[in-house]
Design a protein around this ligand. Sequence first.
Ligand code: FA5
Length: 342
Amino acid sequence: MSDLKARIQGIRDAFNQALGQVEGLKALEELRNQYLGRKRGIVKDLLNDLRSAPKELRPELGQVVNRLKQAVESGLAERLEELKSGESDGSSERGIDITLPGIAPELGSLHPLNVVNRDLIRIFERMGYEVAGASEIETDFYNFEALGLTKDHPARDMQDTFYITDEVVLRTHTSNVQIHMMQNRKPPFKAIMPGRVYRKDADITHSPMFNQVEGLVVGENITFTDLKGTLEHFLKQLFGSDTKMRLRPSYFPFTEPSAEVDVTCIICGGKGCRVCKNSGWLEILGAGMVDPVVFENVGYDPETVSGFAFGLGVERVAMLKHSISDIRMFFDNDLRFLSQFN
Ligand code: FA5
């Protein structure tokens, strides 16, 4: 009898000690199972053991075990309240259950347009180009006039412009940086000019704000062959070494001759598909030899210097690379879209 009583007292002490160390709801539940579990609980084992005690002692021992059971139950209930209201010590003070799995912070990633922008810049940096920029709010002179787009020039209609005043615009292309660069520098130089530009244009392939990357090389004896070789190297780096390029005659007021540059369709490899409208080719950028008029406008002598320039749309490249059909997805800030580029 006294043996069993001593054992019960030992169990009670061990329980109280364990209860004091419980830090969270999960640990409390484990303690409950350990003591009150229906199949293998300590209290259950005690009750089983009672069966082998002498018959006349069983009622009294039964009462002792029942008191232990009640003490365990009320101890557990009290601790549960404490944990819930955050009144206990340690980490459960703020009602936090440190045994629950944590919420890991999500890692951000670069915007797909920034990835393409960086790729483009890196390719040209490896060819020794410097990176230049200028203001997005620009005077008519730098955005148009100096580039040969006089006020009455019909080509002004090619770019639907946001006017701030008669003389100040949101730049419609990055070609304005060419003029700043040439005014501030003596040739030779080669530069790449990334930046945001604006046009009154909005549909699934045109955005009122988009990104361009401009290139400008000026020096002595720069020829159309240099332009072709540079662009061919650039496009192979960007789209893969199998990529082929073709030049089509075109017109820009600031280059002469001018060309539209196509690459073999990166989706079908040139066989013809929906994306390239079965032509096998995709238009990727505009380019040409810097027009002598532009050199005159910045004070260079067109007899001694020559150069080439090109400009491409970053969204267009990103859309092709990732088979994206709607340009607006880049600007909707929908994480379901953006997180695909992690
Ligand atoms: C130009 O802007 C010339 N400044 C490019 C250039 C530079 C030619 C130097 C020669 C020498 P264009 O208007 O074609 O050219 O625009 C260039 C690219 O910008 C287009 O090929 C297209 O990819 C992209 N683009 C034009 N409008 C939009 C728009 N609204 N939204 C998204 N991309 C556009």
